[in-house]
Design a protein around this ligand. Structure first.
Ligand SMILES: NC(=O)c1ccc[n+]([C@@H]2O[C@H](COP(=O)([O-])OP(=O)(O)OC[C@H]3O[C@@H](n4cnc5c(N)ncnc54)[C@H](OP(=O)(O)O)[C@@H]3O)[C@@H](O)[C@H]2O)c1
Length: 284
């Protein structure tokens, strides 16, 4: 027997459908606004006579490309790395690229050297030479770990501490030295109307190609080059979100992953990591 619904039930179902669809419609519009429509937000940090951006892990991959992009958009830069000879080469490259872009050639490029995996840096001393600069953007890019044994008991305690230093404490203590005087609300909430107006944002990064990797992933739509990703990263600066995937394809992928069961996402990530580790170990 065909199911018949009276007009009141039909209307109620229609209203329910609209209510359920609204968050998805909002998300779609927000996505279009965030990635394709909104005006350039990094410009708001181009204030003062000579604005500077600090980029950590800036001698290769995303960090180096981000430094180049920030220079091209009008910032002076302070770069961080661990290898002085490689850093000097990068500074020469960036200066040479800058000439091609006209004005960017005149921007100031400075650097400091510190192994982020090591503990015990005097952070106040590290940033002292830059104390008088008008720093408006800091990109905490240094991080990651080697592509090696997937088992936690395959690593020494020193190695694990190094990974934690590099991915967490280095950025934390550097921030502390750069931003003395911020209160906790500001650090956690990034409230704009506080005296310093500092905002903190977490950038969610998917696969990105870098020649520096032991097993570089070939560039594709889902794995942008570092240069392409850096453009998206700089576009995301000042977008006002606490957490954002700078590259739109990564945002779509993470939305798709959220739709499915966690176990499927975990299995796919584990499979991908196993493949990368096998390739890295083969290349050694
Ligand atoms: N690429 C991806 O697929 C991907 C995905 C998710 C997250 N990320 C994150 O994005 C960030 C950049 O990744 P990437 O792919 O651009 O890496 P990358 O190409 O390997 O470059 C890493 C940069 O950090 C520097 N660095 C590494 N260890 C350091 C240490 N202990 N002390 C000081 N500097 C150090 C490297 O210096 P050298 O030049 O001396 O090696 C290089 O400048 C990392 O935090 C990573 O975890 C990347």
């Amino acid at each position: 027997m065909p199911l018949t619904l009276d007009a009141t039930t039909l209307n109620a179902l229609a209203v329910l459908g609209v209510i359920l669809a609204l968050p998805h419609l909002y998300r779609l519009l927000d996505f279009l606004w965030l990635y394709f429509l909104r005006p350039d937000s990094v410009k708001r940090y181009l204030h003062g006579r000579a604005p500077y951006a600090i980029v950590t892990g800036a001698t290769d991959g995303i960090g180096k490309a981000t430094a180049a992009e920030l220079l091209a958009r009008g910032f002076n830069v302070v770069l961080h790395g661990r290898n002085e000879a490689k850093m000097q080469q990068v500074v020469r490259e960036l200066r040479a690229q800058g000439k091609g872009k006209g004005e960017a050639g005149e921007r100031d490029i400075r650097y400091f050297i510190a192994d982020a995996a090591k503990a015990g840096h005097d952070f106040a001393k590290l940033v002292e030479p830059f104390g008088d600069l008008h720093v408006t953007v800091v990109v905490h890019n240094v991080g990651g770990s080697d592509l090696s044994s997937p088992r936690i008991d395959g690593h020494s305690e020193d190695y694990i501490l190094g990974v934690v230093n590099k991915n967490s404490f280095f950025s934390l203590f550097l921030t502390q030295s750069l931003a003395r005087g911020l209160d906790n609300d500001e650090q956690f909430l990034g409230v704009d109307d506080r005296p310093t107006g500092v905002r903190f944002g977490y950038l969610s990064v998917g696969a990105v190609h870098s020649d520096n990797h032991d097993a570089p992933m070939p560039p594709s739509l889902t794995t942008p080059t570092s240069v392409r990703f850096a453009r998206a990263l700089v576009d995301a600066v000042g977008c006002g979100r606490r957490r954002v995937a700078p590259y739109w394809v990564h945002a779509v992928l993470s939305w798709l992953v959220e739709l499915g069961p966690e176990s499927v996402a975990d299995a796919a990530s584990a499979q991908e990591m196993r493949g990368l580790i096998a390739r890295a170990e083969k290349g050694k």
